[in-house]
Ligand binder design. Structure first.
Ligand code: SF4
Ligand code: SF4
Length: 383
């Protein structure tokens, strides 16, 4: 069945091309661009200052060989790919960025940021990693205030509390609409393909709430039409899969493709490149918009946090909502945080939810695709 594409906004094309056009348009209009890598980058502050946050390239195997001339081979492919793109000069988003905003998440990334700081101004935010400590909120708020100072100094752009509050409120509307769209993947059977979720997420991170809301508002009607016409993604009884773990993009999307080849449907891509960025809400009209921002960001359940019980509670909520038949934990090789945490995730999924669980540890190469398919098919047989 021919389905109506979700976005007809003049930014047609592959996700990266669409976002590239968006960033280029802003750059030509004179707006500064900063590169970001992580879900903790406070994009609402950056956008409130009239600056575009561009997610930097990190998901291709191609630049990894170049990166390995400097970085150890047994490092996470996401870090090697990020660095390789920079030294090879092949990330167009990095080329357009006038600075990089970074956070102290995992050790490999922290050390990589030291290397790229020699190439372009790089502002590193000290992320508290025990998010429930009493000081965490005020410390992270201070880091966001410092970022604001860095951006003011480098780009001569300002945002008062009113602008930041408006940015938070627009982000809440954008995120609520994104969740409403994701709800169509929660339907049984799903009417929303993972590529569409991925495509939308990519753009929705770069674009402001004010820009995204009019783009997103018509989409539920298009999806309703799919429901009326009886369209669904994959066979109606296909195993539904929630994919959690490390970020998935570019060459790492082999995991989603392999799930489909094995006969399944991805109904919940729960990672920073998927749904995670749009979960949760900023407190509105709190009188302290930067504090509200700090509070919401510290709730992101990244494995770099300890303890990370929120990942379990959020996962339970997602399982309840998206009704998966199985959970796959996607772990990039040498990512110790997600790798070690996987044990708890598997135990939680199996014991609390009674669902089959599979941990997949992989990199960006295609070498294990057949082996992954066999393991995923075996998982589906256990349903
Ligand atoms: S998984 Fe953690 S470190 Fe990686 S992008 Fe997400 S929040 Fe950042
Ligand atoms: S996947 Fe893991 S090791 Fe790689 S950058 Fe993210 S947190 Fe760090």
């Amino acid at each position: 069945m021919q389905i109506t594409p979700l976005l007809n906004d003049g930014y047609a094309g592959e996700p990266a091309k669409r976002v590239l056009n968006y960033v280029q348009d802003h750059r030509q209009a004179g707006d500064p661009v900063v590169g970001i890598y992580c879900g903790y980058a406070p994009i609402e502050l950056i956008q409130a200052m009239g600056i575009v946050p561009a997610v930097l390239c990190a998901f291709s195997k191609v630049p990894i060989a170049a990166a390995e001339t400097v970085l150890p081979a047994n490092l996470c492919p996401l870090i090697k790919s990020s660095y390789g793109f920079i030294i090879e000069g092949t990330c167009p988003f990095y080329a357009m960025s006038q600075a990089v905003i970074a956070e102290t998440t995992c050790d490999g990334k922290k050390k990589m940021f030291e290397l790229i700081a020699d190439i372009k101004p790089t502002h590193v935010m000290d992320l508290p990693q025990v998010p429930d400590e009493a000081e965490a909120r005020s410390n992270w708020k201070q880091m966001i205030v410092k970022l604001q100072g860095f951006l003011e100094t480098h780009f001569d752009r300002q945002a008062d509390e009113e602008k930041i509050e408006a940015s938070l409120q627009a982000a809440n509307r954008k995120n609520a609409l994104m969740r409403r769209i994701f709800d169509y993947a929660a339907r049984v059977p799903s009417v929303l393909h993972w590529k569409e979720m991925y495509d939308l997420s990519f753009l929705a991170i770069a674009a402001t709430g004010q820009e995204m809301v009019p783009l997103l508002e018509p989409l539920p009607d298009i999806l309703e039409q799919r429901v009326r016409e009886g369209f669904h993604v994959g066979p109606p009884k296909a195993p539904r899969v929630l994919v959690t773990g490390c970020p998935v993009g570019g060459d790492a999307t082999k995991i989603f493709n392999t799930i489909e080849v094995a006969g399944g449907v991805v109904v919940a891509p729960d990672a920073c490149t998927g749904m995670k960025a749009f979960m949760g809400e900023f407190a509105e009209n709190s009188g302290d918009p930067i504090g509200a921002m700090a509070e919401r960001y510290l709730k992101i359940p990244c494995a770099c946090m300890t303890p990370n019980e929120r990942r379990l509670t959020d996962l339970s909520a997602m399982i309840g909502h998206f009704k998966p038949d199985a959970v796959i934990d996607f772990v990039l090789q040498a990512c110790h945080a997600y790798n070690v945490e996987s044990f708890k995730i598997g135990r939680h999924v199996e014991e609390v939810h009674g669902l089959p669980f599979l941990k997949i540890e992989t990199d960006y190469s295609d070498a294990d695709t057949e082996q992954l398919r066999t393991r995923i098919e075996a998982l589906f047989e256990s349903i």
